[in-house]
Design a protein around this ligand. Structure first.
Ligand code: SAM
Length: 233
């Protein structure tokens, strides 16, 4: 998330995106070994940006103000919890809602969660796999899902499946936020394990992963990242 900033960025036109990614009918199994590789990788970076300044710009504030009443936030791939201050700032500034903010962070990196638990008290952290989120919360429903710099680890097909799984634990009025590197194709930063690559997302890929379950609220590109807010359809 380095380079993420609040400068006004390019606003994408929503609603007219053409669907260029074909529908994937087959269920795609996410290999648990792969998630193990990913968690091992992120264990090494458990402290990264742990206490870097946080951003609550008009865009992120925008998605948060779409929430009313009791506000149960689910963050998938929460890492060391560095987004929590965003929610805290929002709660503290909020005059009419989100006072009852609850937060649950899920991550597959145990070491990152160890850091999160030390830094942020009064929140719930679960070591787990986002692709199995409905198993962890058979009853509970969330008002918002936050996925900051997580989906880039997955192809659009995988990301779509992840969002389908996430829908099972959201209320019908829920909203969400995702950030992913903007563009096309894949890349491989040298620190990543050989069999993991990062995916860039453009508007078509984003529309594909939101599928029929969600609709975009707003999108923009800032600091090389595509930031999208969405709501359940
Ligand atoms: C680039 S880090 C971003 C961390 C945090 N969201 C932030 O903005 O600082 C990606 C995080 O997603 C986690 N992650 C990746 N795949 C996951 C999965 N299937 N289930 C749970 N966490 C996952 C990684 O362990 C890592 O902590």
């Amino acid at each position: 998330m380095r380079g993420f900033d609040s400068r006004p960025g390019l606003k994408l036109t929503l609603g007219g995106w053409s669907r260029i990614v074909p529908e994937e009918k087959e269920a795609l199994m996410i290999n648990t070994d792969r998630v193990a590789v990913i968690s091992e990788h992120y264990d090494q970076f458990a402290l990264r940006d742990a206490e870097s300044p946080h951003w609550l710009d008009s865009f992120t504030y925008g998605v948060l103000t779409n929430m009313t009443g009791a506000c149960a936030i689910l963050e998938i791939g929460c890492g060391n919890g560095r987004a929590i201050p965003v929610f805290e700032q929002f709660r503290d500034r909020s005059t009419n809602h989100a006072r009852n903010l609850t937060y649950t962070g899920i991550d597959c990196s145990k070491k990152s969660l160890d850091v999160a638990r030390k830094l942020y008290h009064g929140y719930s952290f679960i070591e787990g796999d986002g692709f199995r989120v409905s198993e962890y919360f058979p009853e509970q429903r969330f008002d918002m899902v936050w996925l900051g710099a997580v989906l880039m680890i997955y192809s659009p097909k995988e990301a779509r499946l992840l969002l389908q799984e996430v829908r099972k634990v959201l209320t019908n009025e829920a909203v969400g936020f995702v950030s992913v590197p903007y563009g096309e194709g894949t890349y491989h930063p040298p620190t990543l394990p050989e069999n993991v690559q990062y995916h860039r997302y453009n508007a078509d890929a984003m529309e594909y992963i939101l599928g029929d379950l969600y609709e975009p609220i707003e999108a923009r590109v800032s600091g090389g990242m595509l930031l999208v807010t969405f709501r359940v359809k």
